[in-house]
Design a protein around this ligand. Structure first.
Ligand code: MLT
Length: 411
């Protein structure tokens, strides 16, 4: 019989969002009348149509595939040069990231998980808490942790607690770690790191030979021009950081699938015997072996986000979602709840009313207001007592959610 990867047996229950889906489906089956009022502000999934520039480019891409003369089969594994060049010029202008340091993929969730392929065993790995669950679960699957304790914390991981006292931005730890995951703007808390805070992280990484895995999937939502969008805005980051970015939220591509990972050529890892090895080369080797490139029409659509029309349409989408975030923030504040995030990120992070756990709050919102939120404890023990509201929705739905929050907390 085939032996399994027993690390999977250490995973706690199901992945957070399918678990929420199961609870919502059960509610719908048991409450058919109330179910019709359901508004989903749980998973951060976009709701608005793709920018028109992308639709046009995708159609053109499909038309090219319809003609033998312009047909394309396998593309370059690392992505078409036209897209990598557009990313380098538009997203990393002045930051010294060349097109061949950018690897196109079909999603940042996959990239942040798959990156572990190029690292060995025995790394000391730090994550913030609360955190995007993919970072933790993929380390569990890879055998980089021991078992979880009762509150869900895995032996072997270094947890950096984020709470109201540090405005949900962790400072570098006193101890040395080999790898740290940072995500700004943050999922789930919506927190952003200032230039000084990121500089402290880069200085820590350079002093301790730490690799920063920097997830900036939500950079397009940064409104404050002083908040860095990329780790490469910080001097020294090219020597210590990998950056993950996605078109999922930037262009509304959650269903289209396209993302990219930046690995500067200067970035090195080490063998056990101390020999320095290029992480760019390792990832290139891994990518070429296990991935055959994102689809051509999708890459055409992604490149269209950087045309003048595309940029205007993206700005309108971001403006729409950030308007929602602002309404949600106001409604939660008016209800007397502590509120973080939602100013440079599409997530509003809200404190539960006194005495309620995150899952109790989830149930209350579902049963009494028919609004799906995400329980903060699903993102880690430090998320207990908090919940996340996603701003990805229509304006009408968000206004209705605000009205129901008002009603719920007036009563
Ligand atoms: C979330 O809701 O946290 C995200 O949509 C999940 C993801 O990007 O995979």
């Amino acid at each position: 019989m085939a032996l399994i990867n027993e690390n999977f047996l250490k995973l706690k229950a199901g992945y957070l969002f399918p678990e929420i889906g199961r609870r919502v489906t059960a509610f719908q089956q048991e409450n058919t009348e109330k179910a019709a009022r359901l508004i989903r502000c749980g998973i951060g999934d976009v709701t608005e149509a793709l920018p028109a520039a992308c639709i046009k480019a995708m159609h053109e891409g499909v038309d090219e595939l319809a003609d033998r003369a312009s047909f394309k089969g396998y593309g370059p594994e690392q992505g078409y040069a036209f897209l990598r060049e557009a990313i380098s010029a538009n997203q990393y202008d002045g930051l010294n990231i060349s097109a061949d340091e950018i690897f196109i993929s079909d999603g940042s969730k996959c990239d942040t998980g798959n990156i572990l392929d190029i690292f060995g065993k025995g790394n000391r790995i730090a994550i913030t808490d609360p955190v995007y669950p993919v970072y933790v679960d993929t380390n569990v699957m890879a055998g980089n942790t021991g078992d979880a304790n009762e509150s869900g914390a895995y032996a072997g991981l270094v947890y950096l607690t984020c709470d109201a006292s540090n405005s949900f931005v962790a400072a570098p730890p006193a101890e040395k770690v080999d790898i740290v995951y940072l995500c700004f703007p943050n999922n789930p808390t919506g927190a952003v790191a200032t230039r000084d805070q990121l500089t402290a992280w880069v200085n820590y990484a350079l002093a301790n030979d730490t690799l920063i895995l920097f997830d900036s999937a939500y950079e397009a939502f940064v409104q404050d021009s002083n908040v860095p969008r990329s780790i490469y805005e910080i001097p020294g980051a090219h020597q210590c950081a990998i950056e993950f970015r996605s078109f999922s939220k930037h262009g509304g591509f959650t269903g289209v699938r396209c993302a990219y990972t930046v690995i500067p050529k200067a970035l090195m890892g080490s063998t056990v015997s101390g020999e320095k090895v290029s992480l760019h080369q390792l990832w290139s080797r891994r990518h070429s072996t296990k991935f055959n490139g994102a689809s051509y029409p999708v890459q055409k659509a992604a490149a269209a986000l950087f045309t003048p029309e595309g940029k205007e349409q993206v700005a309108a989408l971001i403006h729409h979602y950030m308007g929602n975030a602002s309404l949600l923030r106001d409604a939660c504040k008016a209800a007397g709840l502590p509120v973080f995030g939602g100013e440079n990120a599409p997530y509003v992070w809200v404190g539960c009313p006194a005495g309620k756990t995150s899952w109790e709050m989830f149930d209350l919102m579902l049963h009494e207001a028919q609004v799906v939120i995400t329980p903060g404890s699903g993102f880690g023990a430090a998320g207990e007592g908090w919940f996340r509201i996603s701003a990805f929705n229509s304006r009408a739905n968000v206004e209705e959610v605000c009205r129901r929050i008002g009603q719920l907390f007036q009563a």
